[in-house]
Design a protein around this ligand. Structure first.
Ligand code: OAD
Length: 263
């Protein structure tokens, strides 16, 4: 009998149209904390409603601003792991072999791009984009150019001032991430659905599947006929629905899954 990893590797070798859906677990081995993992998850230490909503930002702009700037600095010091680079190499392999691979991520980091993936769909926005809270116009902000240092720990005693919008007189900059209660970027979301409807293989890596609507995407692909493979060291609600559940981490298992294809 073939082991699950061997069957999944066979599907990988046969697939021409692939969607990889990722969550915070994808970047965990790059030392970027996840949200809901016991002890290490960000939402274990901080309340999402205090930091990840527009109301929270309006109530305490300095605190919420500092939290996002801190996370963007953390990401700048992180490096893509073997899982990110394997996905980037797989996308390139398919592109030169009459296939395609779409990465749709809930992550607000840029580790997929730095791991070699192109055209990544950021379902929850990006920590490196900013726009005005009032006039919504995009604006550049570089924490390093502003003299802010990367701290390993979030320091609530070392709070930053919000930054004024360069376009309008009244606004301050907000991070270009999706907060609770907000719509997902419609282009990214509809591109993900379109790719899922064409896919013959959907691979879900490192998401708890607890946040909608992103959590509904894997099954859209499966219902449209794709094989569904999940990779996660911890069993999730999707694990029984998936055609194959690979109980492992992204950096350990992605290279193994692609070993023969990319050899
Ligand atoms: P979660 O923190 O909810 O889930 C992380 C998942 O990654 C868990 O299922 C872990 O078991 C798994 N995991 C941990 N380490 C891993 C590893 N090395 N390799 C593979 N998997 C690993 O993160 P998300 O599902 O991404 O939204 O959370 C979804 C959304 O909730 C986030 O985008 C964020 C958050 O609130 C917003 O901020 C809008």
């Amino acid at each position: 009998m073939m082991a699950d990893i061997e069957i999944a590797a066979k599907w990988v070798a046969e697939a021409r149209s692939v969607v990889v859906l990722t969550g915070a677990g994808m970047s965990a081995e790059s030392s970027v904390p996840t949200f809901r993992d016991a002890q290490t998850g960000l939402w274990e230490r901080f309340e999402p409603e205090h930091l990840a909503t527009e109301d929270a930002f309006r109530a305490d702009p300095s605190l919420v601003w500092t939290w996002y700037v801190w996370r963007s600095m953390l990401i700048d010091t992180a490096i893509p792991n073997a899982g990110h680079t394997a996905i980037g190499a797989w996308q390139k392999h398919l592109a030169v072999n009459n296939g395609s691979l779409t990465v749709a991520t809930q992550n607000v980091d840029d580790l997929h791009e730095r791991g070699g993936a192109d055209d990544v769909l950021h379902l929850h926005g990006s920590l490196h984009n900013y726009r005005c809270l009032e006039c919504s116009r995009p604006a550049a902000f570089d924490p390093r150019a502003a003299g802010i240092r990367a701290e390993r720990e979030f320091d609530e005693d070392n709070i930053l001032e919000p930054v004024a919008c360069p376009h309008c007189a009244t606004g301050i900059l907000r991070p270009g991430v999706v907060w609770f209660g907000e719509m997902l970027p419609q282009d990214a979301f509809s591109s993900a659905i379109h790719a899922l409807q064409q896919a013959d293989l959907v691979l879900v890596v490192g998401t708890s599947g607890l946040v909608q609507p992103a959590a509904s995407l894997p099954v859209i692909g499966q219902e449209a006929g794709a094989k569904l493979v999940e990779m996660n060291p911890v069993h999730t609600d999707l694990s029984n629905t998936a055609d194959i559940y690979l109980k492992s981490t992204a950096a350990a298992m992605m290279p193994q899954l692609l070993d023969e294809l990319l050899a």
